[in-house]
Write a protein that binds this ligand. Structure first.
Ligand SMILES: NC(=O)c1ccc[n+]([C@@H]2O[C@H](COP(=O)([O-])OP(=O)(O)OC[C@H]3O[C@@H](n4cnc5c(N)ncnc54)[C@H](O)[C@@H]3O)[C@@H](O)[C@H]2O)c1
Length: 391
C-alpha cells in the first residue's frame, strides 16, 4: 500500500474545497489546483472558515490550530508541477469527460510511479476516465457526498484496470478522512457501474416520481396533495424535494440513466416542461412551488392517494438486489449502510427481508401501470434470495 503524505486536490469548487479541508484535518500536506486564481482565493477563504469553526468547536484535536493546518495548504494553477511529488491525487473538476481525461493524462505523466489517481466523478465511468492516461492501474473512483465535511459516506470504486494496491490505498485514505458528523463510512464498490451504489439505488424512484407527476397533471391534482401523500415519514414531499434538489439536476440525471441503464428513465412531460420553462425549483424561485419568499408553506391536509412511500421502498430494494446480482457490492449490509451514510435515510434491506413478496407484487402492478419494465422485480428480489446471501 502506498504511504500517503502529500495529496493534490484538482478543482477547488464545491467538492474540491471540502475534500481539501478534510485532507488537511487528517494531517496530509495538501496542494489545491484550479484554473483561475479567483477560484483558489474563494476556496482558501472557505477552507479557512471551515477550519476556524472546527477549531472553535474543539474538533481539530489537541494543540492543532486552523492556522497550522492552513500552513500545510499550498496552491497553484500548474497541475504538472503540483503532482511531481504527490502520493495521491483527487480530481474534482467539472463533470466533463474531455476535461477529466486531460487532467488524468497530465497527472499520470508528471506524478511519481507510485502515485494513486482518484476521481470524484458522480456519473462517469472510472474505466473510461482512466483509459488513455497511460497508468489505468493507478486510477480509482473516490465518490464523496455533499457537503464533504458533513456527509459520512465515501464510495471507493474499482475501474476495470484498477490494481489491488490502488484500491487498498484508496480505502485507507478514505478511512483516514474525518467527518464532522459521525464516523466516516467507506463503501468498497467492486465494479464500475453507473451510479455506483448509493446514487444507483436511489435512481429508479425517479421513474416512478416522474410518472406520478404526469398523472397528477392529467388528473388536475394539485402538487400539495402529492406531497401530502408522502406523510410525516418524508420531511419534504416529492414535489418540494425535487424543487429543492433542482429540476434540471433531476432531468440531467434521468437522461444519464436513460443512456446507461434503461430508456425507461427518460424524464416525463411535467419535469421536461418545467425545465424548458426555466422553472428549476428553489434556485430560480419557481418550480412546482413558488420559492420567491423562501421555503413554501405546503398545505398537506388532503392526500391525493397517488404517491406511495412503500412503492418507493420496493423500488429501492429491487435496485439494491440488482446491485448484488451484478456484483457491484459484496453484501446487502454495505448497501444499507452506504445509503444511511450518503443519504441520511435507511436502506431498503432491513424492511425488505419481511416484505419482499408483497413488494414484488407491488412492483409488478406499478410496472403494469407505468409501462416501465425496468420497475419489475428482478429474480433476487422475487425469490428473497438476498436474505441468504452474505451480509
Ligand atoms: N456537487 C455535488 O453534489 C457532487 C457530489 C459528488 C460528486 N461530484 C462531482 O465532483 C466534481 C466537481 O463538482 P463540483 O460540484 O465541486 O463542481 P464545481 O463547478 O463547484 O467545481 C469544479 C472546479 O473545477 C475547476 N476546474 C475546471 N477545469 C479544471 C482543470 N482543468 N484543472 C483544474 N481545475 C479545473 C473549476 O474552475 C471549478 O473551480 C464533478 O465531477 C461532480 O460530478 C459533485
Amino acid at each position: 500500500m502506498v504511504d500517503v503524505k502529500k495529496i493534490v486536490v484538482v478543482g477547488s469548487g464545491l467538492m474540491g474545497n471540502g475534500i481539501a479541508q478534510v485532507s488537511l484535518m487528517a494531517g496530509y500536506n495538501v496542494t489545491l489546483v484550479d484554473i483561475k486564481d479567483e477560484f483558489l482565493d474563494k476556496a482558501f477563504a472557505n477552507i479557512e472558515k471551515g477550519l476556524k469553526k472546527s477549531e472553535s468547536k474543539g474538533q481539530l484535536g489537541e494543540g492543532v490550530t486552523a492556522d497550522a493546518l492552513m500552513a500545510k495548504l499550498k496552491r497553484t494553477l500548474d497541475l504538472a508541477s503540483a503532482v511531481k511529488d504527490a502520493d495521491y491525487t483527487i480530481e474534482a473538476v467539472v463533470e466533463n469527460m474531455k476535461v477529466k481525461k486531460e487532467v488524468f493524462k497530465t497527472m499520470a505523466e508528471n506524478s511519481p510511479a507510485h502515485c494513486i489517481l482518484a476521481t470524484n466523478t458522480s456519473t462517469m465511468s472510472i474505466t473510461e476516465i482512466a483509459k488513455d492516461c497511460g497508468r489505468p492501474e493507478n486510477v480509482i473512483g473516490m465518490h464523496f457526498f455533499n457537503p464533504v465535511p458533513l456527509m459520512r459516506c465515501i464510495e471507493v470504486i474499482a475501474g476495470e484496470k484498477s490494481s489491488e494496491e490502488a484500491m487498498e490505498t484508496g480505502m485507507a485514505v478514505s478511512n483516514s478522512l474525518p467527518c464532522l458528523r459521525g464516523n466516516r463510512y467507506v463503501a468498497k464498490v467492486l465494479i464500475d457501474r453507473p451510479g455506483f451504489i448509493v446514487n444507483r439505488m436511489n435512481a429508479p424512484g425517479q421513474i416512478y416520481l416522474s410518472w406520478v407527476f404526469d398523472q397528477a397533471k392529467e388528473k388536475q391534482i394539485p402538487w400539495n396533495q402529492i406531497d401530502a401523500d408522502g406523510g410525516h415519514a418524508m420531511p419534504m414531499g416529492p414535489c418540494e424535494l425535487c424543487d429543492y434538489v433542482g429540476l434540471d439536476t433531476m432531468h440531467h440525471v434521468m437522461e444519464y440513466y436513460a443512456e446507461t441503464l434503461s430508456p425507461n428513465f427518460k424524464p416525463g412531460k411535467v419535469i421536461s416542461e418545467l425545465v424548458e420553462a426555466g422553472n428549476l425549483g428553489a434556485k430560480t424561485g419557481k418550480g412546482f412551488y413558488d420559492w420567491s419568499g423562501g421555503r413554501p408553506k405546503i398545505d398537506k391536509s388532503q392526500k391525493a392517494g397517488l404517491f406511495d412511500l412503500q412503492t418507493m421502498m420496493a423500488i429501492m430494494l429491487n435496485e439494491g438486489c440488482r446491485i448484488l446480482e451484478e456484483g457491484v457490492a459484496s453484501g446487502f449490509k454495505i448497501i444499507d449502510d452506504a445509503n444511511m451514510a450518503g443519504m441520511n435515510t435507511p436502506g431498503p434491506f432491513g424492511a425488505g427481508k419481511k416484505n419482499f413478496e408483497a413488494w414484488s407484487k407491488l412492483l409488478d402492478e406499478i410496472a403494469d401501470k407505468t409501462g416501465a419494465e425496468y420497475l419489475r422485480p428482478c429474480e433476487l428480489m422475487k425469490s428473497g434470495g438476498f436474505v441468504k446471501m452474505r451480509k
